[in-house]
Write a protein that binds this ligand. Structure first.
Ligand code: AMP
Ligand code: MG
Length: 341
């Protein structure tokens, strides 16, 4: 059985003991919950892959609590680079840099580079500091499913597979970190996330976006991007329009034509009252996409618990944070997206 514990001092001592014994512990971060283990131990890291059923060629992110710890892991951590990173760290940014030999090949999947993040969540940074090792921590869901943003969702996927989940409440952000490749100049976004291209352009003249993120049929530079991901059991349909009323109209039409199906609706507040359904969840306001990112994954999971056949999600404009959210939604829906304009 998997225990869920609050992050008090005594429990964090137990977390430290487990991590240093090469066990896997689920920990909260500001983005999503992570499956944490000693990132310098092959034995521990292999247990992460097993618990998640993660493809063997999808490398892990190493989480650090300070630059001293990071210095042991990568080449090229200059003072100038630290000034850039300080604009985003601690926080939801993961950077790709040249890896040092100390990192087990299980973490990098034998690539010459490694992904590093300094998270902001204090429970996460406390755990990294007290263990005094970088913590490898992919999202704490079974591979392919939506990420977990609370302890209850982690338990659903990990019960019996790991000894302990640290319950730090709901994640503040709800979608994963932005992955930025620093080995190219200009830097390249490999996975969109909370930080957007516009955020980086405040400090860099140019930022590239991996072409696989904007064009179909390209091989992504980030191995994880090529897999089916974020998908609930139910089929997902994304409806996009600048006109909220058009979305309401289309949803009502689908409901009417498919009375035999149990359909979950995930809609912005502006026109939520247009739709007559018991299975409806709010995405918040269209003007507050932070709320959408916070509730998206847990909402998809909640609909699965209600055994709906189809989830209809109202999409947003693919710009700034909306670009990252739509990246996740398109994968959840396996490309099942309808533009109504
Ligand atoms: P997650 O599984 O949610 O922690 O996501 C980690 C992401 O970082 C995945 O998309 C990985 O493919 C990506 N990643 C990790 N290491 C590297 C690397 N060295 N180069 C490119 N992408 C990486
Ligand atoms: Mg993941």
């Amino acid at each position: 059985m998997t225990k869920i514990l609050k992050p008090n001092k005594e429990n964090l001592t137990e977390v430290k003991k487990l991590i240093l014994q090469d066990e896997v512990v689920a920990i909260p971060t500001e983005t999503v919950y992570g499956l944490g283990a000693n990132g310098l131990s092959s034995v521990a890291v292999n247990k992460i892959f097993k618990a998640k059923n993660r493809p063997q060629d999808n490398p892990l992110i190493l989480h650090v609590s300070d630059y001293e710890m990071m210095e042991r892991l990568v080449y090229g951590l200059t003072d100038e680079l630290k000034l850039f990173l300080n604009n985003f760290w601690p926080g939801p940014l993961t950077v790709i840099m040249k890896a040092k030999k100390i990192i087990p090949k299980e973490v990098t999947c034998s690539l010459s580079t490694v992904a590093i993040r300094m998270p902001k969540n204090e429970i996460a940074t406390d755990i990294i500091s007290i263990c005094n090792v970088p913590i490898a921590a992919p999202s704490a869901n079974l591979s392919g499913k939506p990420s977990c943003t609370n302890a209850k969702d982690v338990l659903e996927d990990m019960n019996g597979k790991i000894p302990l989940i640290v319950d730090g409440g709901d994640c503040m952000i709800g979608i994963e970190s932005t992955v930025l490749d620093l080995t190219t100049k200009p830097y390249t976004i490999l996975r969109p996330g909370f930080y957007t291209k516009e955020d980086f352009l405040k400090f860099e003249d140019e930022i590239l976006i991996d072409t696989a993120l904007v064009k179909d049929g390209q091989i992504p530079k980030s191995p994880g991007q090529k897999y089916k991901h974020y998908a609930p059991k139910a089929k997902v349909l994304v409806l996009v329009s600048d006109d909220r009323k058009k979305v309401s109209f289309e949803i009502s039409k689908i409901l009417k034509e498919n009375k035999n199906l149990k359909i979950g609706i995930f809609k912005f507040d502006q026109t939520i009252l247009d739709v007559d359904s018991e299975n409806i969840l709010s995405l918040g306001s269209i003007f507050n996409l932070e709320q959408m990112s916070k509730v998206l994954f847990t909402g998809l999971r909640d609909f699965d618990k209600k055994n709906v056949d189809l989830i209809i999600v109202e999409g947003c404009k693919e710009e700034k944070l909306g670009f990252s959210i739509m990246n996740r939604l398109k994968k959840s829906a396996s490309g099942n997206i309808k533009y109504l304009d």
